[in-house]
Design a protein around this ligand. Sequence first.
Ligand SMILES: *[C@@H]1O[C@H](CO)[C@@H](O)[C@H](O)[C@H]1NC(C)=O
Ligand SMILES: *[C@@H]1O[C@H](CO)[C@@H](O)[C@H](O)[C@H]1NC(C)=O
Length: 141
Amino acid sequence: MFRMFPLVFLPTSWILLLPLRALDLFDAEEVEYLSFNVSATTGGSVRLDCGADPPSVFIWGFTRAGSDSSVALAYDYGRGPKLQALPGGAGRIRVPANTSALVVDEVRREVEGTYTCQALYHAGRADRVTFYYTRLDVEDD
Ligand SMILES: *[C@@H]1O[C@H](CO)[C@@H](O)[C@H](O)[C@H]1NC(C)=O
Ligand SMILES: *[C@@H]1O[C@H](CO)[C@@H](O)[C@H](O)[C@H]1NC(C)=O
């Protein structure tokens, strides 16, 4: 089941920065998968959530509609988010302060696809992992 984790390929520089804790994910006692559909309008902004409370560690990935490959967009393991531009410079992304949400501004057709947030919650001895799958559809303004 948990083999699905390497969904997102992190740039090498990011892997070096990830805490060992993230590598312990295979021991997570509870894994949950949640799916959402969100739509956005070209030129607008859209917020994609990754849980109500910010997790201890989160990684956002993106798979463009019609593509098989995923790219990492953002991660935070407790020291503030690190971001990478959307492929082809389509739209702009940000993670609002104190959240794990991903906001896409200046939405274009090219940002349509599936966004995955892999969230790890440290809860005492039992870590909890949630995968948030959000399918983003873009409509013309
Ligand atoms: C999202 O949309 C797809 C295609 O319309 C549908 O199959 C799926 O059930 C929807 N998922 C949710 C969580 O609404
Ligand atoms: C984020 O959290 C910190 C620490 O709790 C707080 O000082 C800061 O005001 C918060 N920022 C926002 C935008 O909520």
